[in-house]
Design a protein around this ligand. Structure first.
Ligand code: FES
Ligand code: FES
Length: 175
């Protein structure tokens, strides 16, 4: 990597990354340089999606998702990255986190940050799907369907996400 520094935002904080760190994976950078360990790495090769984080190319863009294990920091210049640590406000969980708890959606929890960030991105795109049960399930399948869980299966995750999606479409508490 050449000597240029990289500027990006992580969870709203502006950062300047040294050229020496540019070839790190985003997952390693989060863990080793920022001490943000909520993003989990399982396969490390872009398959399981445990390491999913959110990303915006500008602050007002809809949230997209990316895989932190196969994304190098050098590709993130001027991007806005969001990890699972960005969801709760102090002690107040985000509606999705609360719903995951209430639905008993996870066991070991290792895959949970990836599910949360994929579903968080999905919720921002929900308007393009529509409010029918089928369309909400289409959205979940599209945005979260590739995330793997070795413990619980997917029924409870799906139900937890569905509850928040329904509330958001109704303009309720889950939005
Ligand atoms: S850790 Fe499996 S896709 Fe990143
Ligand atoms: S809850 Fe253990 S891998 Fe998903």
């Amino acid at each position: 990597m050449n000597g240029a520094v990289i500027r990006l935002h992580v969870n709203g904080q502006a950062l300047t990354v040294s050229a020496d760190d540019a070839d790190m994976s985003l997952a390693d950078y989060l863990h080793e340089r920022l001490d943000l360990t909520g993003t989990k790495v399982c396969c490390g090769i872009g398959v399981c999606r445990a390491c999913t984080v959110g990303i915006r190319n500008r602050p007002d863009a809809l949230l997209e998702k990316t895989l932190a294990c196969v994304t190098t920091v050098s590709t993130l210049a001027n991007q806005h990255v969001y990890t699972v640590e960005s969801l709760a406000q102090g002690n107040r969980l985000a509606p999705l986190q609360q719903s995951f708890l209430e639905a008993f959606a996870f066991q070991c929890g290792y895959c949970t940050p990836g599910f949360l960030m994929a579903a968080t991105a999905m919720l921002e795109h929900l308007g393009q799907y529509g409010a029918s049960a089928e369309r909400i399930d289409d959205a979940i399948d599209t945005w979260v369907g590739g995330n793997l869980c070795r413990c619980t299966g997917y029924v409870r995750y799906k139900e937890a996400i569905r509850r928040v999606a329904r509330a958001k479409l109704k303009g309720g508490a889950g939005s």
